[in-house]
Write a protein that binds this ligand. Structure first.
Ligand code: FCB
Length: 472
């Protein structure tokens, strides 16, 4: 078993501790990563279908055509959730399933799938937490400029409103965007994600239109006929300097600026961080920000979703690092002279540092620096290499990872942070974006040849913590 970092107070199976009453226990997935059926029942193509078709874009050359075949196996997948005793499920709706060209006529069979899913959840006593955008933009909108085009923000709000119109009698918890940082900067600056562009100016522009789309959608959801609890999910990292050298300290400010404050500030203070805007000035101005946009973006939210996986140690370089042959440009626009230092922490199969105390620090920082609504950890989990032995998957590293991060949440709660729930990423092994099917995050294993599901020991360990609302 991988040792936990020394900074963590977490040890599997130690002292008895409880989460606040009513704490929500869930698992998360996303449409493109599990559904498959990409051309069934009138679904339109998404930017991820397009990227998957580009040679070399996906590590194992795979795509989302079948994925976990969840589109056909959703009932037994919901039974898995129920067997684990989880009371909430975070899933995303595929925009091109509902609106094949992103706008106009609703594709009734596509929307009907989510109708059945929501009913199936309620039948099992599981609360749906719906994410409207987990990266699968309709290709038809990309053809019109995607998120670089301001108009897409308005199309997103229309899609949000019509989805709520159909599901709002049974869905209360809505998340507009999942990790808009990835859509903007992995999608347009490093090019690792769809639409696979490497244009830093486009990335910054897209980041603004995504936030605008969030604000417009949040307003549309609040303005609907049904009561809606609305939030957005951002991916935050604890960023520390690699040393106390001045260059590292400044690199930390800049990296934290582009990764965390670029989202937290507009959402919760109604302004982009001035230092980051100044850092970006050699790359782009902010002419795409129109009067009133920031007011829309800072629309009051009912909850904040935080996805936390890891932390960064930033090192400032004397000269910008050249992009290695066959490598990708940095997703952090203007930070060519910043690198991530190796702290010798244990790492997951993604190569991400395991740092549970970074989650505590992130939560405490967010609550200290911003006026935030109640927080849900909408994703947390880890990829490890695991295997089936005699029909059993034993994944002690994932058990330890989840345990340690849950304890870090309680540590933050003890410091006064209002965290209301946790969604493990992920219910199932699935299509891990540019990594294809080579990285397994599930607490349930999926055999992609047979679609057999095998709950891993992490699913049972997690279910026990959820059942006991902590450690007895
Ligand atoms: C997050 C994504 C999610 C999954 C995990 C590992 O960035 O939201 O879809 O890929 O990482």
């Amino acid at each position: 078993m991988t040792a936990l970092p020394e900074t963590s107070s977490a040890t599997v199976g130690s002292t008895s501790r409880s989460f606040p009453e009513g704490f929500v226990w869930g698992a998360a997935t996303a449409a493109f990563q599990i559904e498959g059926a990409t051309s069934e029942d009138g679904r339109g193509p998404s930017i991820w279908d397009t990227l998957c078709a580009r040679p070399g874009a996906i590590l194992d050359g795979s795509d989302g055509t079948v994925a976990c075949d969840h589109y056909h196996r959703w009932e037994s997948d919901l039974d898995l959730l129920a067997d684990l005793g989880l009371t909430a499920y975070r899933f995303s709706i595929s925009w091109p399933r509902v609106l094949p060209t992103g706008r106009g006529e609703v594709n009734a069979p596509g929307l009907a799938f989510y109708d059945r899913l929501v009913d199936g959840l309620h039948e099992r006593g599981i609360e749906p937490f719906v994410t409207l955008y987990h990266w699968d933009l309709p290709q038809a909108l990309e053809d019109l400029g995607g998120w670089r085009n301001r108009d897409t923000a308005f199309r997103f709000a229309e899609y949000a409103a019509l989805t709520q119109h159909r599901l709002g009698d049974r869905v209360t918890h809505w998340t507009t965007l999942n990790e808009p940082w990835c859509s903007a900067f992995l999608g347009h600056a490093s090019g690792e994600h769809a639409p696979g562009m490497t244009d830093p100016v486009a990335a910054v522009r897209a980041s603004h239109h995504l936030l605008l789309g969030h604000g417009l959608a949040a307003q549309a959801l609040h303005g609907g006929r049904r009561p809606a609890q609305v939030g957005v999910t951002i991916n935050l990292y604890d960023v520390v300097p690699a040393s106390d050298a001045r260059a590292d300290v400044d690199a930390t400010r800049r990296l934290d600026g582009m990764q965390n404050r670029w989202y937290l500030d507009p959402l919760f203070t109604g302004a982009y961080p001035a230092d980051v805007v100044a850092d970006l000035a050699p790359v782009t101005d902010m002419a795409f920000v129109e009067d009133g946009d920031l007011e829309i973006i800072s629309t009051k939210l009912d909850h904040l979703g935080i996805n936390y996986y890891s932390s960064f140690a930033a090192r400032g370089l004397a000269t910008p690092a050249p992009v290695p042959e066959g490598g990708r440009p940095t997703p952090w626009v203007g930070l060519e002279d910043v690198e991530l230092a190796d702290r010798g922490l244990p790492q997951t199969h993604m190569g991400w540092d395991v740092d549970p105390d970074g989650l505590r620090k992130t939560l405490v920082r967010v609550a200290r620096d911003y006026d935030v609504p109640p927080i849900f950890i909408t994703e947390n989990g880890a990829a490890y290499v695991d295997e089936v032995v005699d029909g059993v998957v034993d994944d002690p590293e994932r058990v330890a990872y989840v345990d340690a991060h849950l304890r870090a949440i309680l540590d933050a709660s003890d410091e006064g942070v209002d965290v209301r729930g946790y969604f493990v990423w992920s219910l199932l092994d699935n299509f891990e974006w540019a990594w294809g099917y080579t990285r397994r995050f599930g607490v349930v294993r999926v055999d992609y040849d047979t679609q057999l599901r095998t709950p891993k020991s992490s699913s049972r360990a997690y279910a026990a913590i959820a059942r006991d609302n902590g450690w007895l």
